[in-house]
Design a protein around this ligand. Structure first.
Ligand SMILES: Nc1ncnc2c1ncn2[C@@H]1O[C@H](COP(=O)(O)OP(=O)(O)O)[C@@H](O)[C@H]1O
Ligand SMILES: [Mg+2]
Length: 236
């Protein structure tokens, strides 16, 4: 899909786009005409105060929440036109997720957690765990393989979560306050490795944060306020 402007080379290609997004929870408007476009490999930070609609925007873009109106497209395809099953399959194969608290499965070892998305896609254990360990090495947590999430630090757990998000080589990583529960040193390390590995693998990153220091790792910032976005234009 080319952008609407002239010069439809890969530079203007839009991987993921949301336009005119509105979403209310009861009488509370969370999104009120938000828009965002992400190009392949681009790292975009969604900034804004608490309650402004950042997470709702991320959930709409990721196909987790259906907007009341407006359109989300991924590779030119309208997510609303997919069945639930197709949307789940898309999320599993093309998207990776990192949340504020790693949300690792406590009963599984770290390497089993990282391998899980591959196992769910039918990859055999040995191969899945080998790939998982490769990603863990890139996130500098390969030595934690057999430990359970409860036995590792917060920063280590988030790096395991980033490895899990990347293990299927997704096109987009959605990260909602990925350093929100970490001290600044661990937060910097998670961001440095998240950005480096995403760039290596060519994945775009949609990063929700309210910290300027975290947003500084992005290529571009979009500000959400009262459910509306600012600075959505694509800077060549
Ligand atoms: N599941 C939900 N049920 C009810 N209200 C919600 C829900 N999710 C978000 N909201 C409301 O929508 C608004 C935006 O929330 P959210 O997108 O989580 O903001 P942010 O991530 O910027 O803090 C807030 O007023 C919040 O209380
Ligand atoms: Mg939020």
């Amino acid at each position: 899909m080319g952008a609407e402007t002239a010069g439809d080379g890969p530079v203007n290609e839009i991987l993921l786009g949301g336009v005119e997004l509105r979403k209310s929870f009861g009488s509370t408007p969370a999104l009120d005409g938000a828009a965002l476009a992400v190009r392949p490999g681009e790292i975009v930070a969604i900034m804004g105060p608490s309650g402004s609609g950042k997470s709702t925007l991320l959930h709409c873009l990721a196909g987790i929440v259906a907007p009341d109106s407006g359109t989300v497209t991924f590779q030119g395809q309208d997510l609303a036109r997919l069945s639930d099953r197709q949307r789940s399959a898309l999320r599993r194969s093309e998207f990776g997720f990192v949340f504020q608290f790693g949300q690792l499965v406590p009963e599984l070892s770290c390497v089993e957690n990282v391998a899980l998305p591959l196992r769910l896609s039918g990859v055999r254990r040995r191969e899945a765990e080998k790939t998982a360990l490769d990603w863990m090495a890139r996130l500098e947590v390969e030595s934690l393989g057999r430990k359970r999430p409860g036995e590792v630090s917060g920063g280590q757990g988030q790096r395991v979560a980033v490895a899990r998000a990347l293990v299927t080589a997704p096109k987009v990583i959605f990260a909602d306050e990925p350093t929100g529960a970490l001290d600044s040193l661990n937060g910097e390390q998670v961001m440095r490795l998240l950005v480096a590995t995403a760039r290596d693998s060519g994945a775009a990153v949609v990063l929700v944060t309210h910290e300027a220091r975290v947003a500084a790792y992005s290529d571009r910032e979009v500000v959400v306020r009262d459910g509306r976005t600012r600075q959505v234009e694509l800077v060549p």
